[in-house]
Ligand binder design. Structure first.
Ligand code: ATP
Length: 590
């Protein structure tokens, strides 16, 4: 089966899995609704022959048929529309949840960071809300095919040669199935420009970048850049659509010629009855309408819905391919620690190594600080430890077991993290913190403890309803808090789990002043050293040496390589890169 058809078939099966009964009824009704409509030409033939030949029985049969067709069409269409609406509502929710679940199930974060994947995902995100139309399109296409078959059968009952009329419609079928595919290719080629145009629009019109947009006076430039990006997408699209319109017109002109020829041919035959001519006129006219509708529906199917289903199938396959073979459970405690064994890493889709041959032991129970210039690879190291990516070469060993073999979900449930680019969960404050440990989302004592660990009590005290305050001004009774306050709440979220094996703190307090950060980590380090049961390793990325110096082990990265490892005293005594950086920063604070 061609890939587009097989992905559409997968989407049909998905709809059937979620809504088997509604889908079957909606499909059945669509096909049934085709019958009375298609038989109209036959009733007209009976009427014509009955009137001309004075045959009352034929007249009554035709009148009854016409009435039944009209009522049947109306009745079936009304019920079918209602059932379809219900099916579409329900299947849309099911598909949205399916896409959201699939995205979240991908164990790596490459699909959120690679431009080529982002383009596919952005188109899929837009399309998922309209994928329900695909089912309607498939049902309608079947309905139109039933109409077409009956109509061609009726024409052939007058003269088998009239079946050739359908051949005249072939060019329209071809253009309608080929052109949308070409249009989609052009659209996909321009997807990066379309995404840029949308991004620039958001940049120019939303609140977060608002201040900098005004201070820098960049608004006009953004508008200009957006226009250019939009035109880069739109110009080739518009040209492609013009060419499509031209091909469609030529196709239809060819069919019109065949239709006129058929009427002339039938009318000139001596055996033809007036009813036959009426049938050819009605059925021929309907044939063009049916072919137009079938072709239009197939065009839509190919252009939008098949394409959407192909993207969905891609996401399903991608998510499935990311499920690596894991056969080891995550350990309950760490005894030895984590070892990076000759790790090198390049981000997927690139070939520049951002970590090169890093070998390093993080002992169980240790607090490890990672320092280095911007872009040295600190966050990347954290991502590898979190299993957001697999190393390009080398291994991460957790108590001697390759992290690649440890079940990703289990490993994540043993992790905690707070990041510089934290997310603002606009929920009630207690939930915004509580999502850090979902099973205890509603446990207020657990949230209060986490808030205490992060030194965020002052943030909560200032909220009108304390932990019950809704965060985010866009929500009813929602309040805005400062960036630093958001960051403290994010840190509290990272501290929600009581016994993580690995706690990663990737510049989580960059918005706090250095004394507050220092006091916070001093308190944290004391607590962590007392609690030696789980063997928890804390990895802290920071540019502040006053905080870094209290770590048990300091790792210095420079240009993707590990250059120094040791305690503060050891590294100072060595007089290397760490000692230089520490001395410069200490002098600046003096
Ligand atoms: N998703 C990505 N795709 C491709 N390259 C990336 C990606 N993320 C980071 N990089 C590159 O990897 C290198 C290391 O980045 P990383 O974020 O690990 O540095 P860092 O030491 O944490 O820097 P900083 O102190 O500025 O946070 C950088 O050169 C960066 O450009």
């Amino acid at each position: 089966m061609p890939p587009a058809l097989s992905s559409m078939w997968r989407l049909c099966k998905l709809g059937f899995r979620y809504e088997p009964r509604l889908m079957s009824i909606a499909f059945g009704l669509s096909v049934l609704a085709a019958l009375p409509d298609a038989l109209l030409a036959l009733w007209l033939k009976f009427l014509g022959d009955g009137v001309i030949g004075g045959n009352d029985r034929l007249i009554y049969v035709s009148l009854f048929g016409l009435a039944a067709s009209a009522c049947g069409t109306w009745f079936l269409r009304t019920i079918s529309t209602r059932v379809q609406r219900r099916f579409r509502d329900r299947v849309t929710i099911a598909l949205e949840s399916h896409v959201a679940r699939l995205q979240a199930s991908v164990v790596t974060v490459a699909h959120h960071e690679r431009p080529d994947y982002l383009d596919r995902l952005s188109v899929l995100r837009d399309q998922v809300f309209v994928l329900d139309h695909m089912y309607m399109s498939v049902f309608s296409t079947f309905g139109w095919i039933v109409r077409l078959t009956i109509t061609i059968g009726l024409l052939m009952s007058i003269n088998p040669l009239l079946a050739l009329l359908a051949l005249f419609a072939l060019p329209t079928v071809l253009t309608s199935s080929w052109r949308p595919a070409v249009e989609r290719q052009v659209e996909e080629r321009g997807a990066a420009s379309a995404r840029l145009a949308r991004h620039l629009f958001v940049l120019a019109t939303t609140a977060p970048p608002g201040k900098e947009v005004r201070v820098t006076g960049i608004a006009d430039r953004l508008v200009g850049l957006r226009r250019q990006a939009w035109e880069r997408w739109h110009r080739p699209m518009a040209a492609t659509r013009w060419v499509s319109a031209l091909w469609h017109s030529l196709g239809w002109a060819f069919f019109a010629a065949g239709y006129i020829g058929a009427i002339v041919y039938v009318s000139s035959s001596p055996t033809t009855t007036p009813g036959d001519v009426l049938l050819v006129l009605a059925a021929g006219a309907r044939l063009s309408a049916y072919i137009g509708a079938t072709v239009g529906e197939i065009g839509f199917l190919r252009g939008i819905w098949m394409d959407g289903s192909r993207r969905l199938a891609w996401l399903e396959d991608y998510a499935a391919a990311q499920v690596s073979a894991t056969d080891s459970p995550a350990p309950a405690t760490l005894t030895e620690g984590i070892r990076l064994d000759n790790i090198s890493f390049a981000y997927p889709g690139t070939d520049r190594l951002v970590l090169q041959k890093v070998t390093l032991s993080l002992p169980a129970g240790a607090i490890v600080a990672v320092v280095g210039e911007n872009g040295a690879g600190k966050s990347t190291l954290v991502k590898l430890l979190s299993k957001f990516y697999e190393p390009t070469s080398g291994r991460v060993l957790v108590d001697g077991v390759d992290l690649a073999r440890i079940h990703s979900d289990q490993w994540r449930s043993r992790l905690s993290g707070a990041y510089q680019d934290f997310y603002r969960f606009e929920l009630a404050a207690r939930h915004s913190v509580g999502v850090g440990d979902l099973p205890r989302l509603d446990s207020e004592p657990a949230v209060v403890t986490a808030v205490g660990r992060a030194g965020a009590e002052d943030v909560v005290t200032q909220l009108a309803s304390g932990l019950h305050t809704q965060l985010g001004p866009a929500w009813p009774h929602g309040v805005e808090v400062s960036f630093g306050q958001w960051q403290k709440l994010a840190l509290a979220r990272g501290f929600m789990r009581d016994e993580p094996l690995l706690l990663v703190l990737d510049e989580p307090t960059a918005a706090l002043d250095s004394e507050t950060e220092h006091a916070l980590f001093e308190r944290y380090a004391e607590g962590a050293r007392r609690d030696t049961g789980s063997g928890r390793i804390t990895v802290l990325v920071s540019h502040r040496f006053s905080t870094v110096r209290m770590a048990d082990l300091i790792v210095v990265l420079d240009g993707a390589r590990l250059v120094e490892v040791g305690s503060h005293d050891e590294l100072m005594a060595k007089g290397g890169q760490y000692a230089d950086l520490y001395t410069i920063q200490a002098a600046a604070y003096r």
